[in-house]
Design a protein around this ligand. Structure first.
Ligand SMILES: [Zn+2]
Ligand SMILES: [Zn+2]
Length: 382
């Protein structure tokens, strides 16, 4: 990684006589003899173009001793008295003879960009729209929440109205089940003999497993088993060194010359390769087990009676349970209410239990509490 250093000579344009591309080694215009000054374009040197990839100057480097000596003389200074450019190692102005004073102007230095080693990755194109969307989203969210907050406050405010019970209705049912002997099948390893016990007053029963018989081999499911190995290859990429590339930096010496340092930097490339591995192959294998028939007991519905009615106490159907029977009761109630709120409104209460249902009577006065958004809050007797 040896470094290569070159000195590149800049050029300037005379503003007194319009001479172009005067070599930096000349502090005076070779055409009109006017000195280079800090004013106008004369203070800026042109160092020519550089190669965009490497940053290497397209100009030839200077090698003659005279130019190299000028380049090494330090930064130019501009005479405070006459404005002429002078070599950094001179104590008097070559143009007017004035001494180099504290208020002599220093040469302006050009800053050169170091060429990037890698072109910067393009920014994800979505970034901007997404952040815009995000703000839009937040704005909508804010407006919507704030707005719905106000709406919510209004909507939750309540008003009371008077009304009455226009009727009540009920629907009740009794289901009777019997602990009944049944024949079932099950896997032999899950069946162990258990004595059945009959329910007493509809509970405490044990279904039991008895008379396990007629067992046959049957497929119960599958399991995965290893079935050798296979070579599996996947295409992958990796970064590898692939030669070198030249990168150059330039430094303004402040006297019309730049120092250029170039070096060779390792370049990296993407390389495709096959990543191969031995992987276990699997197959599904059936699993067999013995399935048997056995005797047990199960609750089975033997009877069901329903009754419906209005405006009064529910009349439960009566079923006589046998020794191994049990009963389930189900009930549905409705209380119809009418009230005035910008016209006649109707609503239905659904009491869960008979006791609650019986507290409502047809013709009874009620107070209905309703929110502004029309939701029924509560109904109490008047
Ligand atoms: Zn000139
Ligand atoms: Zn001077």
């Amino acid at each position: 990684m040896a470094k290569r250093t070159r000195i590149i000579e800049g050029t300037w344009n005379c503003t007194s006589c319009d001479a172009k591309d005067i070599l930096a080694r000349h502090k005076r215009c070779p055409n009109c003899n006017n000195p280079r000054e800090l004013t106008g374009d004369e203070s800026d040197f042109d160092f020519g173009d550089v190669d965009a990839e490497s940053g290497k100057s397209l100009r030839e480097g200077v090698t003659d001793d005279k130019a190299l000596e000028i380049a090494g003389a330090g930064e130019d200074w501009f005479c405070a008295f006459c404005g002429a450019a002078n070599r950094g190692d001179q104590l008097r102005c070559k143009h007017c003879g004035a001494e180099r004073s504290a208020d002599a102007k220093a040469a302006p230095l050009q800053a050169f960009e170091t060429p990037a080693r890698k072109p910067p990755a393009p920014p994800p194109p979505e970034t901007k729209p997404r952040s815009l969307k995000k703000w839009l989203f937040l704005g909508v969210l804010f407006t919507c929440c704030f707005g719905s907050g106000l709406y919510g406050m209004w909507a939750r405010a309540t008003h009371d109205f008077t009304g009455e019970v226009t009727g009540t209705s009920w629907k009740v049912a009794v289901t009777q089940e019997r602990f009944t002997p049944v024949r079932k099948t099950g896997w032999a390893d899950q069946l162990s003999r258990v004595s059945a016990r009959m329910p007493v007053n509809g509970s405490g029963e044990v279904a039991g497993v008895d008379n396990v018989r007629d067992c046959v081999e049957r497929q119960r499911g599958t399991r995965k088993v290893a079935d050798g190995t296979e070579r599996v290859c996947r295409s992958k990429t990796r970064r590898v060194a692939c030669g070198t590339e030249e990168k150059c930096r330039r430094r303004d010496k402040g006297n019309g010359f730049v120092e250029e340092v170039c070096e060779d930097i390792t370049r990296y490339c993407n390389e495709s390769y096959e990543d191969c591995q031995n992987e276990t192959r699997y197959r599904n294998e059936p699993v067999y087990a013995r399935e048997c028939t056995y005797d047990t007991y199960e609750w089975k519905q033997v009877d069901r009676r329903e009754a419906t009615g209005q405006d009064g106490k529910p009349a439960w159907p009566s079923l006589q349970p046998g020794a191994t029977d049990r009963q389930h009761r189900s009930e549905e109630y409705a209380v119809h209410i009418r009230y005035e709120d910008d016209g006649v409104k109707e609503t239905v209460l659904v009491p869960k239990a008979e006791r609650d249902f019986l507290s409502w009577k047809k013709g009874q006065g009620v107070i209905v509490t309703v929110t502004n958004s029309g939701d029924l809050k509560k109904v109490v007797p008047r």
